[in-house]
Design a protein around this ligand. Structure first.
Ligand code: PRX
Length: 635
């Protein structure tokens, strides 16, 4: 059983141990898992190269730690409770034994299609249990899964499939999200047109709508599973064999395929899950994230299942059929721990208390948030109206790259402070550095958040581009991992995350690179250039503000071009990346060397009209006044 810390003094003691003797600490924890062959060395690392290896030469399969390890005690316990989009459709409870059988059958399906250890399998599916079955079957046979959030467009899906060189795509006919039906297979078909690497597509029937099945390529999930056998011995994996690739946005270039490996990720996600949420036997745990993002990977699937938990998976959205849906689910399934994003809290808060008042919410013990800074108002609303003043809130800071939670309270153990992620988790050594890389010691300091020492869950590379991995995370402050976030350490030593210091924005908990959105806008034939910045948004956290220079107006004038820009972004990335505001400008503020002064554009987007700092390097200062005037009209 993964150990649980239960007191503040226990946390202080364990934390000290974890930083004074990290290898001893993590190897003790790793020993609570099932290894086919024990590792010979706990850690080898070098942040200059960078190279990080945990539990070296250890042999295991992560699914044996989910299934075989739990079969004796938990065979009949619910592994997944699946709540469908439509509350009138029956929910499903899948026990550990049933999930195990399905995973073994799908493992055999993948093997029968020629998938081998190390092959990549792309997954583009709605939030249904078969998505979990697919990812675990990949892990069981040693294939590397690459899940793409089902809100991405065919263009984005295709780029990710090609980058990973996936030979199989697992998808569905369609998917439900609130009142909408998403044409998932149609999007997959468009994506596959440009992906020569995909040999077969396996299609799950979810919505039953008419779709095209390409002979020789497309196969129905139910046909393949009907004859698949449910005995399968897991592939033996090395600790450092890749488990999955997950794409995320950076400040420049195309999305990066972060690679997480097997042994370290397993130990880290399980240990953080158990301790942060203080999960206990019999608890029903509900994480509202989509499995297409890292939170879904680590804290809907791997962390909970490795701990033998019951994890609740929800297909729909928080506002359908009404804004009480989350709370209905909590009451219906007696949820003990609930984990969501601040943007969801803010949007439900804006709908008013009438959606909460009728709900009991008395099963709740712990509330969690992740993905973006939570403002004090939202924190208090969550605490008072959902947690009824008795549930601790864990504000968990981490990233796709970190694999698991890094700075966080342990529920009910570390005293919380609204909008603070509080203290580092075991083994995590945060440091704050100034722009010159000097470490700011002591408390009451603010700067760039870095990490000084590896932890088992850290990503090991970017798929196919190790140099980019180095440049992105280890070059700015040599010898340290740079998070891209700003942070403050207050007088009590508590950490408050201040947001990104690079050109990454966080919109409704979705991480986007401004460059990605600009590329999509610039594809529009009438656009000559654009600059995208984030600005404070009351619900989304950050909104997307696009300044666009056009070659000429099409018929339909300014409104026409704005609409077609929105369409271009939807087609290139997905509708979640659509700008909230588009301002057509005659030029962008640039330095004499041609660099866009984003600092000025950010301030204008925030509503500032004066005090832009040093503007002496501007090529054409007049453009700033023009943009300010235009921005006022958009308010
Ligand atoms: O800026 C931080 C923000 O989300 C970024 C990571 O995004 P992503 O890789 O998509 O992972 C999100 C889920 C782990 C971080 O660099 N972020 C994440 N959690 C918090 C946060 N900002 C403030 N407070 C948090 N609790």
């Amino acid at each position: 059983m993964v150990p649980k810390i239960s007191t503040l003094s226990g946390y202080i003691f364990e934390y000290q141990k974890s930083v004074t003797n990290p290898t001893g600490f993590w190897s003790n924890l790793a020993d609570t898992f099932y290894w086919r062959k024990k590792y010979t060395q706990t850690l080898e690392w070098n942040f200059e190269k960078p190279e990080i290896k945990w539990f070296i030469n250890g042999k295991l399969n992560i699914t044996e730690n989910i299934f075989e390890r739990h079969m004796f005690h938990r065979a009949e316990q619910a592994a997944i409770i699946w709540e469908p989009n439509n509350p009138e459709e029956a929910y499903r409870t899948i026990t550990y034994k049933e999930l195990f059988a399905e995973v073994k059958r799908f493992s055999n399906v993948l093997l029968s299609l020629g998938v081998k250890k190390g092959d990549r399998v792309a997954i583009y599916m709605p939030m249904v249990p078969e998505l979990v079955i697919t990812m675990l079957a990949c892990a069981r046979i040693g294939a590397i899964h690459s899940i793409i959030f089902a809100g991405f467009s065919s263009q984005s899906l295709g780029e990710r499939i090609m980058d990973a060189g996936a030979k199989i795509l697992v998808t569905s006919d369609g998917g439900y999200r609130g009142a909408k039906t998403i044409p998932i297979k149609q999007i997959s078909d468009e994506a596959m047109e440009s992906c020569k690497c995909v040999e077969k597509a396996i299609v799950l029937k979810r919505t039953g709508e008419n779709i095209n099945m390409k002979p020789g390529r497309d196969l129905w999930w139910h046909d393949l599973m009907a004859t698949a056998n449910d005995t399968h011995k897991a592939e033996e994996m090395d600790s450092e064999d890749p488990l999955f690739i997950l794409y995320t946005s950076g400040s420049t270039g195309k999305p990066k395929g972060l690679v997480h490996t097997t042994g370290g990720y397993m130990v880290y996600t399980a240990y953080t899950f158990r301790n942060v949420f203080q999960y206990g036997d019999g608890d029903i745990y509900f994480c509202s994230a989509d499995i297409g993002w890292i939170t879904g990977h680590s804290y809907l699937v791997y962390g909970p299942l490795l701990c033998g938990a019951t994890t609740l998976m929800f297909e729909g959205i928080p506002t359908w059929p009404d804004a009480g849906r989350f709370w209905d689910i909590v009451d219906k399934h007696q949820v003990a721990q609930f984990y969501t994003a601040p943007t969801a809290i803010r949007s439900l808060m804006a709908m008013g208390l009438e959606w909460v008042k009728q709900k009991k919410l008395d099963s709740l013990k712990v509330l969690g948030t992740v993905g973006e800074p939570i403002n004090e108002d939202a924190w208090h609303w969550y605490h008072d109206h959902i947690g009824k003043d008795r549930c601790p809130i864990v504000d968990t800071w981490w990233q796709t790259e970190t694999g698991g939670i890094m700075i966080t309270p342990l529920a009910g153990i570390i005293p919380t402070k609204p909008s603070y992620a509080t203290l580092p988790f075991m083994g995590i050594q945060p440091v704050i550095v100034n722009p010159e890389g000097k470490e700011l010691m002591g408390n009451s300091v603010e700067g760039n958040l870095c990490l000084d020492f590896p932890w088992p869950g850290i990503a090991r590379t970017i798929w196919g581009d190790h140099e980019r991995f180095k440049q992105n995370y280890f070059a700015a402050f040599p010898g340290k991992y740079f998070t891209g976030d700003g942070a403050k350490r207050d007088e009590d030593g508590y950490y408050r995350i201040l947001g990104r210091v690079d050109d990454v924005i966080n919109v409704s908990g979705h991480r986007l690179g401004t460059a990605e959105i600009e590329n999509a806008i610039d594809e529009h034939p009438l656009v000559s250039e654009s600059a995208v910045v984030g600005y404070p948004h009351p619900i989304k956290g950050q909104g997307i503000y696009a300044y666009v220079v056009c070659k000429q107006f099409s018929t339909g004038g300014e409104e026409g071009i704005k609409n077609s820009i929105l369409m271009a972004v939807t087609n290139f990335i997905g509708s979640f990346a659509k700008p909230d505001k588009i301002q057509i400008v005659s030029g962008l503020p640039k330095t004499r060397s041609g660099k866009i002064m984003r600092r000025i554009l950010r301030k204008i987007a925030e509503g500032q009209t004066t005090d832009f700092g040093d503007t002496t390097t501007l090529l054409d200062p007049e453009i700033v006044n023009e943009i300010i005037k235009g921005a006022e009209k958009l308010k």
